[in-house]
Write a protein that binds this ligand. Structure first.
Ligand SMILES: [Fe+2]
Length: 162
C-alpha cells in the first residue's frame, strides 16, 4: 500500500475504468429486465420463437452483468448492481408496460441492444486510454455479443423494414 495519500495517475485511471464498468453493469442489468419484460408481453404469430429468444438474451445479459461486476471487484472497486442502481444509472429508455406487437418489440429491443453496443464502444476506448487491456477485452467481448443479438433480432424483420 502506498503511503502517499494523493491518488497516483494510475489509480485515477482505474477509477475511471471502474466507473465505465459500473455503467455497463447498470445498462446490461436494465436491458436484461427489459428483454425479460418483452419475453412476457410480446404478441404475434412468431410469439414462441421470440419468447424463447428473449429468454436466451436475458441469460446472455445476466452473464455480462456478472463479468463486469467481478472485474470491478478484481480492480478493488464496488459494483452497483441492484435494480435501483441499474434504473438510476442506465441510459436506456423504459420499455412500454403493455402487450407489444412483435415487430414493435423487435425494433424497440434492437434500438436498446445497439445503444448498449455503442456504450461498450465508448467504454473500450476509455479502457484503452487507461492502458487496461484486460477490461478492454471484456468490453470487446460484450460488444461482439451485443452486435450478434441485434442481428438475431433484425433477422426477424421483413427485408424492407430493416
Ligand atoms: Fe419465462
Amino acid at each position: 500500500m502506498a503511503t502517499d495519500t494523493k491518488p497516483r495517475a494510475g489509480e485515477q485511471r482505474t477509477d475511471e475504468v471502474i466507473e465505465q464498468l459500473n455503467l455497463m453493469v447498470a445498462t446490461a442489468a436494465d436491458l436484461r429486465s427489459q428483454v425479460k419484460q418483452a419475453h412476457w408481453t410480446v404478441v404475434g404469430p412468431n410469439f414462441i420463437a421470440l419468447h424463447k429468444l428473449f429468454d436466451e438474451q436475458a441469460l446472455v445479459l445476466l452473464a455480462h452483468v456478472d463479468l463486469y461486476a467481478e472485474r470491478v471487484r478484481a480492480l478493488e472497486g464496488i459494483p452497483a448492481g441492484t435494480v435501483r442502481n441499474a434504473a438510476a444509472n442506465s441510459p436506456l429508455q423504459e420499455l412500454p408496460i403493455e402487450e407489444i406487437p412483435e415487430i414493435e418489440a423487435i425494433n424497440l429491443l434492437v434500438d436498446r441492444w445497439e445503444q448498449y453496443s455503442d456504450g461498450l464502444g465508448h467504454a473500450m476506448k476509455q479502457a484503452e486510454e487507461a492502458e487496461d487491456m484486460s477490461t478492454q477485452d471484456i468490453f470487446i467481448e460484450g460488444q461482439r455479443a451485443a452486435d450478434l443479438q441485434a442481428y438475431f433480432l433484425r433477422s426477424h424483420l421483413p427485408t424492407k423494414k430493416r
